[in-house]
Design a protein around this ligand. Structure first.
Ligand code: A2P
Length: 278
């Protein structure tokens, strides 16, 4: 399976689909999941300092016989490490845990507006980028006003905004804003997250029957056809493999609209405007 890529605003290629490892325990569970993903043709692995499993991701990469340049590794700066003094050492610690000398994408995990440090943090990410230690830099969970503030005070525009995005929570205005500014949208909790009701939605399941696919594959395909980077999480090798088998069918425009109509503005995770946890 070859996963198509998108071109980021600095011409770096990002795979349209990857494995998200949030809530996968470090050590063997992470190593197994990452290996299953790479073995199934995935090239993008999405982790974060706060997930606590960068070491497992690194170990899986080291044990797998694959060129580093074929992989796309994302990690994220945790909230309490924002600011001029702490960002660089947090980045270095992530690199060390991953066993890498660069990452493909480094993100500010949350804006944490009450902290009011994301602009100075971004300047440190710009340095990391200019030194080639991150092939691209971006943000996660940023609303329009947070991105506007970055754009007004920086030289490198974010390449990516990774946000909660699934058919029940489509964030259309923010998506449009990102598109207009050449910022690639990446969907977290693309299947609706842990204990997802979306996977048993009747509309999704009717489509699954009709296309001879499962519910997760229908939802993942919807993200791909929307032009989003999609990073479904699973710790089960068989599901990881199935979640990658979405490039051999296409949803019709009408069926895309049927899924568009499921939007309930139903956020599952925290609201970035008020999320200031350390
Ligand atoms: P599991 O790890 O037990 O497979 P997200 O929207 O955050 O990517 O959430 C994915 C959730 O859906 C996880 O809890 C994951 O659990 C589950 N999941 C992932 N892939 C599938 C699948 N193909 N079928 C059913 N559940 C899935």
């Amino acid at each position: 399976m070859t996963i198509p890529t998108y071109s980021l605003n600095n011409k770096t290629q990002i795979p349209s689909l990857g494995l998200g490892v949030w809530q996968i325990e470090d050590g063997q569970p992470t190593i197994q999941a990452v290996k299953a993903a790479i073995d199934s043709g995935y090239r993008l692995i999405d982790t974060a300092a706060v997930y606590g499993n960068e070491q497992g991701v690194g170990q899986a990469i080291a044990e797998f016989d694959i060129d580093r340049s074929d992989l796309f590794i994302t990690t994220k700066l945790w909230n309490s490490h924002q600011g001029k003094e702490l960002t660089r050492s947090a980045f270095d610690a992530s690199l060390h845990k991953l066993g890498l000398d660069y990452v493909d994408l480094y993100l500010i995990h949350w804006p944490t507006p009450a902290r009011d440090k994301y602009v100075e943090t971004w300047h440190e990410l710009e340095s990391i980028y200019n030194e080639g230690k991150a092939k691209a830099i971006g943000v996660s969970n940023f609303h329009q006003e947070h991105i506007e503030k970055l754009l007004a005070n920086s030289t490198v525009a974010p390449a990516v905004n990774q946000i909660e995005l699934h058919p029940y929570f489509q964030q259309r205005e923010l998506v449009e804003y990102c598109r207009a500014h050449d910022i690639q949208v990446e969907s977290w909790s693309p299947l609706g997250g842990t204990g997802s009701k979306l996977l048993s939605d009747p509309v999704i399941n009717e489509l699954a029957t009709r296309y001879g696919k499962n519910a997760a594959q229908i939802i993942i395909r919807w993200h791909i056809q929307k032009g989003f980077v999609v990073i479904p999480k699973s710790s089960h090798p068989d599901r990881i493999r199935q979640n990658g088998e979405v490039f051999d069918f296409e949803l019709t425009d009408e069926d895309m609209s049927n899924i568009d109509n499921l939007d309930q503005n139903a956020r599952k995770g925290p609201n970035p405007d008020t999320m200031n946890v350390s």
